[in-house]
Write a protein that binds this ligand. Structure first.
Ligand code: ZN
Length: 226
């Protein structure tokens, strides 16, 4: 039976890295909803589809995509993966209460996950990191200038371990922007966690201030993997 793991945590807590580690070591597919939506609205089919065209316009102009549509496409994709027999890992999604639980007329993502994977196969992990750690990691994030491979903020390499390209610091993560993202994270995620507890989910909390491989050991232990 395949399973679903949902990782939540503030920006810089390394949830994306942990998701990638699950992909590399176990049969997981990392579902990055932001990237998935971008690929949908920029696909060839989008030019012939009025709904995709509408969402493309929203996406490209920075307006939020229609929540009902986001919920529908992420739910469809999750079901497709469930049927293929792979495990699924989400990092930071579902992002809103509506995406997570729907409303009186629409079923939410958790309803579909419970139906197709079984509630006992849905695990939720919450990473915690102090605000200073979040800000430090986000403002010292080094990536390869050629292939985009990230480098740990504590590593000193000047060249990429994959392609040999030079490393650069990502400048888009300015402290004031990160602070804003932290506020957004709290106001959006905490109500979802609260609702999940009400539904009977056990939320596993992992401190995410060590190196990724050490955090991954806790993740494996929590998920009874390995
Ligand atoms: Zn590279």
């Amino acid at each position: 039976m395949s399973r679903v793991v949902i990782l939540y945590g503030p920006p810089g807590s390394g949830k994306g890295t942990q998701a990638e580690l699950l992909v590399r070591k176990y049969d997981f597919i990392h579902f990055d909803s932001g990237r998935y939506i971008e690929s949908l609205v920029h696909s060839k089919e989008a030019a012939k589809d009025p709904i995709l065209m509408r969402e493309r316009k929203n996406f490209d102009t920075g307006i939020l995509c229609t929540p009902e549509w986001v919920l529908k496409v992420t739910r469809d994709e999750a079901i497709r993966v469930a049927k293929s027999g792979f495990n699924l890992v989400f990092s930071g999604a579902p992002r809103t209460l509506f995406e997570a639980f729907g409303d009186h007329k629409t079923k939410g993502l958790f309803d579909s996950l419970e139906k197709h994977f079984g509630k006992e196969n849905v695990s939720i992990i919450l990473f915690t990191a102090g605000e200073n750690v979040s800000i430090f990691r986000n403002s010292n994030r080094k990536v390869c200038s050629v292939c985009g491979l990230p480098l740990l903020e504590s590593a000193r390499a000047s060249h990429c371990g994959l392609c040999g390209g030079s490393m650069r610091t990502r400048t888009l993560d300015k402290p004031e922007i990160i602070k804003d993202r932290l506020v957004q994270y709290r106001t959006r995620t905490f109500p979802i966690i609260k609702e999940l507890k009400k539904r009977g989910y056990q939320i596993k909390t992992i401190k995410a201030e060590k190196l990724p491989f050490e955090i991954f050991k806790s993740v494996e232990r929590n998920l009874k993997l390995g």
